[in-house]
Design a protein around this ligand. Structure first.
Ligand code: TRP
Length: 376
């Protein structure tokens, strides 16, 4: 079979479905990704310098404790292990589900502040934005040629976002952003992408695009690696209303919140009628999430902590949580406040990160042009 027909057979077959490769009951392939992540963690511990990590956030508001214990903490851990880390502020992706980029510049600055405050070190890690790296964005064009409209339409995370979107119609950007996300990951040839399970379909698409590009244009070599998702064992923190902590639900505790505001939010958090405190995430999600939050801040076992509070009830639990969170966040908040005094410094760090990312993207784009025979 020639390369061209091999591509035709793999890329445009109607049943080449991202969902169908995963077992029923696990449409995102979480179970396989967990097993793979454990193996990758073992390799990371042995040889952290072998990997390049890329992660990103949409700049839609301030980062909160759910982000912190879900992903941010892990990025700092990877950086400290000695792995090269790229942190993308995905400003174009904000436009997938809203018409106006209100306060975008402010959100971008706040994200940089949050990153620096939690310990992302710009001397070792690269912080950058989509819109400042044209060579990254250009990769989107060849990448879009490698995926079918049907495949884009079957992405379960995009489907879910469309279903929950407040927009009256679905934009082309919403439909195609996972291919753009492939460019985010592949421009720097990242091989590890720490994400939550909702991002697994995007990683699957990224791998597909890398494979198809290599098959079609690689001439026997591989231009792009096939990156892996790194699912962290991160616990799910609930917001103060007992649903998933999220900036859009107004139930989040921001890293930048003051100590008093934090206390007020935690005092108002939903609990249940039972006085005895226990750690039972399935049976008592709200109480358990509070116990977990304190345990994470104190680096304690949540069960033991719950037993210690025992019959003292929800008010005692909340006092423990408030103290633990405020103590844990105190140095982060102090650092954030200090950094916020010098906006010029923040902008400089971003400009340097953008320049670094653009240089890396140019090199990759050059390789892509060579592979595609489009060097004129
Ligand atoms: N889609 C991610 C989110 O909504 C953000 C993101 C954009 C991202 N590009 C990325 C995450 C590349 C990991 C890798 O949170």
């Amino acid at each position: 079979m020639t390369t061209t027909t091999a591509i035709a057979a793999t890329s445009l077959a109607a049943d080449d479905d991202l969902e169908s490769v995963n077992p029923p009951g696990d449409p995102l392939g979480t179970s396989a990704a967990r097993t793979r992540s454990a193996a990758l963690e073992a390799q990371l511990a042995r040889d952290p310098g072998r990997f390049r990590v890329l992660t990103g956030d949409r700049p839609t508001g301030r980062l909160h404790l759910g982000h912190y214990f879900g992903t941010l903490h892990n990025r700092v851990r990877l950086q400290e292990l000695g792995t090269e880390v790229f942190v993308l502020i995905a400003d174009y992706q904000v436009l997938t589900d809203r018409d106006v980029a209100d306060h975008l510049a402010e959100h971008v600055e706040n994200l940089v502040l949050d990153y620096l405050a939690i310990g992302i070190d710009p001397a070792r890690s690269t912080i950058f934005t989509h819109s400042a790296v044209p060579a990254l964005n250009q990769l989107l064009l060849p990448f879009l040629s490698l995926v079918s409209v049907a495949e884009l339409g079957r992405n379960p995370t995009v489907k879910d976002e469309i279903a929950h979107s407040r927009q009256s119609s679905v934009s082309g950007l919403m439909f195609t952003y996972p291919a753009h996300q492939a460019a985010d990951i592949l421009f720097c040839k990242a091989d590890l992408v720490p994400v939550g399970q909702d991002q697994l379909p995007h990683l699957e698409l990224t791998r597909t695009i890398a494979r198809r590009f290599n098959d079609r244009y690689g001439n026997g070599t591989s231009v792009f690696p096939e990156p892996d998702a790194l699912l962290s064992a991160a616990p799910l923190l609930l917001g103060t209303d007992g649903t998933k902590m999220s900036k859009s639900r107004g139930n989040a505790i921001a890293l930048s919140a003051g100590a008093d505001e934090t206390a007020r939010l935690i005092r108002g958090a939903k609990t249940d009628a039972e006085r005895q405190i226990s750690y039972d995430p399935v049976g008592r999600p709200e109480v358990s999430s509070l116990v977990l939050l304190a345990a994470l801040c104190l680096d304690r076992d949540p069960r033991q902590l719950a037993d210690e509070i025992g019959g003292a009830g929800a008010a005692a639990l909340k006092s423990t949580v408030i103290e633990a969170v405020n103590e844990y966040l105190a140095p982060i908040r102090a650092r954030r406040e200090q950094l916020a005094q010098d906006r010029g410094h923040i902008r400089r760090i971003l400009r340097e990160g953008n320049e670094r990312a653009q240089a890396v993207a140019e090199t990759t784009l050059d390789e892509v042009r060579s592979a595609m025979n489009s060097r004129y």
